[in-house]
Design a protein around this ligand. Structure first.
Ligand code: PLP
Length: 395
C-alpha cells in the first residue's frame, strides 16, 4: 500500500503538465529574448501561458509576473507594498498570526527595519474576522496581507470582505493564495485583491515556478535586478518549460475544480468522521470553511513525529504541523494561534489526500491512524499520567 496524503506539501505533477513541458526541454530550447525563430517559439509559449494563467484568476495578462514560486512571490509582494508605503511615510502593516513563514519572516525583517507590524489574532476556528482587520488599519497602514487559505489547517479566510475593507481605506491588499489557486475559485476582481501569490507545485505543476499577480498601478519593488524580462520587474531568463507546465496544470485544475472539489470534500468528511472516533482527539480549524482536501487533527498524549514514522511504515505519507516546522522542537505557530497548548499541538497530524484517492484508501488511513495512536499511547508516559488522573485531559 502506498497512499500519498500530503498534497498540501507538494503534489505529483499531472501527466498533462509533464507533456506541456517536454517540447521546451529538447525542441524549442531557445532563449525567449532571442530574435530567431527558436527563441520566438519560446516567447510565444511564455505569452500564451501568461494569458491562460491570467484568465484562470480573472486578471489581465500584463498583471502576471513569473517567479520561482510562492516564497518569492510573497517576498516581492510584501516588500513592494512596504517600500512604496515607506516612500509616503506609511510604515504600518496589518497581517494575522497564521500566515506562512514566507510572509511572517518577511514581516519580521521589515520590523527590524523600522516598520510596525500588527498581527491580528484568528478565532479558535482558524479564521480571521474582516472586522478585526478593519479595526487594525490605521492612517499610516500601507499593506494588509492575509492568506487565502491556510496550508496547515486548511481554513479559508474571508478574503473578499477583507479586500473590500482595504479598498475602502485605500490600502494595498496582498493574499498568499498558494493553497487556494487551482483548488477553490479565486477571482482577483470579485475578491478585491491587489497582489496575489501562487505556486505551481501546489496544483500539480512543477516545483520552482510560480507567479505574482500585481494589479495595474500597484508599484513593484524588484527582488532580482538584471535583464528586462517580466516587464523589468523580475530579471533572469524565464523558466519556459516550467511556466508552460504551470499553465497546463492550472488550466486542468480549474477545468476539473468542481468535480475534484466535490469528490475531495466527501473523502475529507469521511476521514474527519472516522478520526473523530478516536478518544481525546480534536479537529483543527473550522469543519466547513476549509479546503476540500485538508484534514488536521490533534491527538492527546502522543508525539506527531512518531505518528508520522509509524504511518510511513504503513505506506501513508502525511505531515505533522507543517513541512517547515517538522524537525524543529517548536510546535506549529498555527496550532498555537488557534489556542492549542504546546503538549496538544505536538500531537498533530495533517492529511491532505489527492483527487485520485478512493474511499477504500481513506478507510485504510482511518484504521491505520486508530491503530497507531493506540499503540503510541500504550507506551506514552504522558498518556499514563492522563489515564491515572495525575494530569487533566484537555481534549
Ligand atoms: C507552499 C506554500 C508557500 C511556498 O511556496 P513555494 O513555491 O514552495 O516557495 C507559501 N505559502 C503557502 C500558503 C504555501 O502553502
Amino acid at each position: 500500500m502506498f497512499i500519498y496524503a500530503d498534497n498540501a506539501a507538494t503534489t505529483k505533477m499531472s501527466r498533462t503538465a509533464i507533456e506541456a513541458m517536454l517540447p521546451f526541454l529538447d525542441g524549442y530550447y531557445g532563449n525567449p529574448s532571442s530574435l530567431y525563430a527558436a527563441g520566438q517559439k519560446a516567447k510565444e509559449a511564455l505569452e500564451s501561458a501568461r494569458a491562460d494563467i491570467a484568465r484562470c484568476i480573472g486578471a489581465d495578462p500584463r498583471e502576471i509576473i513569473f517567479t520561482s514560486g510562492g516564497s518569492e512571490s510573497d517576498n516581492q509582494a510584501v516588500l513592494s507594498a512596504a517600500f512604496a508605503g515607506a516612500g509616503k511615510g506609511k510604515k504600518h502593516i496589518v497581517s494575522d498570526t497564521i500566515e506562512h513563514h514566507a510572509v511572517l519572516h518577511t514581516l519580521k525583517k521589515l520590523e527590524r527595519e523600522g516598520f510596525e507590524i500588527t498581527l491580528v489574532p484568528v478565532g479558535e476556528n482558524g479564521i480571521v474576522r474582516a472586522e478585526d482587520i478593519k479595526a487594525a488599519i490605521r492612517d499610516d497602514t500601507c499593506l494588509v496581507t492575509v492568506m487565502y487559505a491556510n496550508n496547515e489547517i486548511g481554513t479559508i479566510q474571508p478574503v473578499k470582505e477583507i479586500g473590500a475593507v482595504c479598498r475602502e481605506r485605500g490600502v494595498v491588499f496582498h493574499t498568499d493564495a498558494v493553497q487556494a489557486v487551482g483548488h477553490i475559485p479565486v477571482d482577483v476582481n470579485a475578491d478585491n485583491i491587489d497582489l496575489l501569490s501562487a505556486s505551481a507545485h501546489k496544483f500539480r505543476g512543477p516545483k520552482g515556478v510560480g507567479f505574482l499577480y500585481a494589479r495595474r498601478g500597484v508599484r513593484l519593488y524588484n527582488l532580482i535586478e538584471g535583464g528586462a524580462q517580466e516587464r523589468g520587474k523580475r530579471a533572469g531568463t524565464e523558466n519556459v518549460a516550467g511556466i508552460a507546465a504551470m499553465s497546463a496544470a492550472l488550466k486542468e485544475a480549474v477545468g476539473n475544480m468542481e468535480a475534484n472539489s466535490k469528490k475531495l470534500c466527501s473523502l475529507r468528511d469521511r476521514l474527519i468522521k472516522g478520526l473523530s472516533e478516536i478518544p481525546h482527539s480534536a479537529l483543527n480549524g473550522d469543519a466547513n470553511r476549509r479546503l476540500p482536501s485538508n484534514v488536521n487533527f490533534c491527538f492527546e498524549g502522543i508525539e506527531g513525529e512518531s505518528l508520522l514514522l509509524l504511518l510511513d511504515d504503513k505506506g501513508i505519507c502525511a505531515s505533522s504541523g507543517s513541512a517547515c516546522t517538522s524537525g524543529s522542537l517548536d510546535p506549529s505557530h498555527v496550532l498555537l494561534a488557534i489556542g492549542r497548548v504546546h503538549d496538544v499541538a505536538h500531537g498533530s497530524l495533517r492529511l491532505t489526500p489527492g483527487e485520485d484517492a478512493t474511499e477504500a484508501e481513506i478507510d485504510y488511513i482511518i484504521d491505520s491512524v486508530k491503530e497507531v495512536v493506540e499503540r503510541l499511547r500504550g507506551f506514552s508516559p504522558v498518556w499514563r499520567d492522563l489515564v491515572a488522573g495525575k494530569k487533566e485531559f484537555i481534549l
